[in-house]
Design a protein around this ligand. Structure first.
Ligand code: PLP
Length: 406
């Protein structure tokens, strides 16, 4: 059971902003004191580079930095050597796409994805189409971005070499039937690549049980610092995969003749000085979430969202785009007011939401509008905050919304 009032005490943000309702957790999340302390301690007490220094503080940072892999390995049920640190989910996804285009895929091969994806799980594949003649096709989805599994099977032609899809979509919160889809992909000889940016922070993701080949997500969406992404890959696939970046630390040796040898995964993917304090802070966030319990977080958010949906559905002026989904953000609009103007009114009432297309710029193919208000919750949000948001939504009108946005 989540004790939300006790949890809120872990987040200095609430003391600094006592009147703000923060419902933009899909964009980024607040940071608990333990994460702030982990990052601050690196700057104030034990600054050094990693994998380079022959002194005690440097050794301590090696231990903390590489030890962070164990926290994420525990979270995902994998080996620490299958955890690569990148700069965000986007960088992880780009690494996967680049890696596949060098040695895994050939002209005419097909990537299956969906129209509900975030830009970071589409544009890397679009570039492969341009550069290498890799085709991108879309799996069939309903109007709330739920996959039609039966119809999906027909999409698997012999050219399909990978499926890349979000475990939870970032606007409509639809949950992928991941185990079934991964099994279907494998049956047809394709890899299964998961965008976990909106899933890993909110629910237990066991990469072995789900049989995920690659998984990408960001620390900042799970109470961790900015500038840290996580790339999980099955070890044999990581070993086969080419890194995007070349440089220091990731090489074993190189010669004047332009020959070189790389280290093994995961180090070969981490060229140059990494975001050391970010990774240490990310591990603190990961440990913090595991201590609360991912199942507890999931259950609490589901219940809070159901309460929010019930209240919001009662408003005559609001149209909701994902009423049948049980999880994730609520995507809605006032029937008359443009989403950004409506979000401006909510901002004036001290309620932080996001409006627009949320980087899912072909989702309008599914929902018929390219601009919505997105209210995204996390385990530190409360029913009282939901009540305030719903009250403010009930007041949105052409008269009071337009022109307030700043
Ligand atoms: C589903 C999904 N994938 C990927 C990303 C990209 O994450 P980042 O900006 O941290 O790279 C986001 C960010 O909102 C997202 O919601």
């Amino acid at each position: 059971m989540i004790d939300v009032q006790a949890i809120r005490k872990d987040f200095p943000f609430f003391e600094a902003n006592p009147d703000l309702v923060y419902f933009d957790n899909g964009a980024t999340t607040l940071k608990p004191q333990c994460v702030i302390d982990a990052v601050t301690s690196f700057y104030t007490r034990h600054t050094s580079n990693v994998h380079r220094g022959d002194y005690a503080i440097a050794a301590e940072n090696d231990r903390l930095y590489d030890g962070a892999r164990s926290s994420f390995a525990k979270l995902l049920n994998c080996s620490p050597k299958e955890i690569v640190f990148t700069h965000n989910a986007t960088a992880s996804m780009n690494q996967i796409a680049y890696g596949l285009s060098h040695g895994f895929l050939k002209r005419g091969d097909v990537i299956l994805t969906t129209e509900a994806e975030h830009a970071s799980n589409l544009l890397p594949w679009f570039r492969l189409k341009e550069d290498y003649g890799i085709e991108v096709r879309y799996l069939p989805m309903d109007a709330q971005a739920n996959l039609d599994l039966k119809a999906a099977e027909a999409c698997f032609t012999p050219e399909v070499k990978a499926v890349a899809a979000a475990l939870v979509t970032n606007v409509l919160g639809s949950i992928l039937p991941v185990k079934e889809l991964a099994a279907m992909a494998h049956k047809h000889g394709a890899l299964f690549i998961a965008d976990g940016a909106q899933a890993v922070p909110h629910m237990k993701i066991d990469v072995q049980d789900l049989d995920i080949d690659f998984l990408a997500f960001s620390a900042h969406k799970m109470c961790g610092p900015d500038g840290v992404g996580i790339l999980y890959g099955k070890y044999d696939l990581l070993e086969r995969m080419e890194p995007v970046f070349m440089g220091g630390d990731m090489n074993a040796r190189f010669q004047k003749s332009c020959t070189y040898e790389l280290k093994h995964a995961p180090t070969k993917f981490e060229a140059g000085t990494p975001n050391i304090e970010g990774v240490i802070g990310a591990a603190a966030a990961c440990d913090y979430l595991m201590q609360i319990g991912l199942d507890e977080i999931h259950a609490y958010e589901k219940e809070l969202r159901a309460y929010f949906l019930e209240k919001l559905s009662a408003l005559e002026n609001i149209v909701i785009y994902n009423p049948d989904n049980e999880y994730g953000p609520l995507a809605f609009n006032d029937k008359e007011v443009f989403s950004q103007d409506a979000a401006g009114y909510l901002a004036a009432k001290n309620i932080a939401v996001r409006s627009g297309n949320h980087c899912a710029k072909i989702l309008h193919e599914i929902i018929g509008t390219d601009s919505t208000i997105r209210a995204s919750l996390y385990f530190y949000n409360t029913r009282e905050e939901v009540d305030r948001c719903v009250q403010a939504c009930s007041e949105i009108s052409l008269e009071n919304a337009v022109g307030i946005f700043f």
